[in-house]
Design a protein around this ligand. Sequence first.
Ligand SMILES: [Zn+2]
Length: 281
Amino acid sequence: MNFVFLASKFTPYSLNNRTSMKNIVRVLGILALLLVVPVEATGIKKYRVKRIVIDAGHGGHDSGTSGKVSKEKDVTLRMALELGATIKKHMKGVEVIYTRKKDEFVTLHGRAKIANNNNADLFISIHCNGILKRKQQAYGTETYTMGLPNSKHNLEVAKRENEVILMEDNYEDNYGGFDPKSPESHILFAMYQNSYNDYSLRLAQNIEHQFKNRVGRRSRGVKQSGFLVLWKTTAPSVLVEVGFITHPEEEKYLNSQAGQSYIVSGIFRAIRDYKEALEGS
Ligand SMILES: [Zn+2]
């Protein structure tokens, strides 16, 4: 019914009517201006990617999730170092900063602080997924940005990653009373949005696109949940779950040199595409 109504408005008469056409052109012109003006009028500096902070998840007495033969903290560190080395080699003029370069404990708020103190243009946190024994068949990649979790699994991932603050001193003071064991606390906290969400999402989509189409991984998609490590970073930020360390085959892949290099090259190309799209080069 609506379609018929709309169609009846565009009679041959109105289409041939010069005044109507002028009005249409005027409206289109205003729409085009609306699309262009805010960017130019606000005088926002052209966004460039000059400093990338790479965060190897966990470390020291926080091992993260464990598989049969390896620990998350070791897998993430090797990949973080290789990603940094690849960026340094192939992206001239881009500075790489690590939140840790060895097996040491760094608090979640300390990681965000490193990013902010260095005026990071991107923050990439690398992790391995883990799941209960009865669901050991789960495998594949997930890339997260801050936002409301839309599944129980997404909430569980953030809970597991956030619970490491229990190993920190004064965690009650440093995270505003956040209770890592409470689902409600996670949901409320995940509602936090910052002005970088759109950029974070773009990078997350690039990463999962690379994993799926170039690296041949099973992409479980771009997801949202509330992560303390992404909370206070004042830069586009993503948390990449590069695979399930609890899946026996995937654990082998995550620990192999070839597997690590494929994953790193996927993340690298995602960053490169993101950078080129934003900088227009
Ligand atoms: Zn982790």
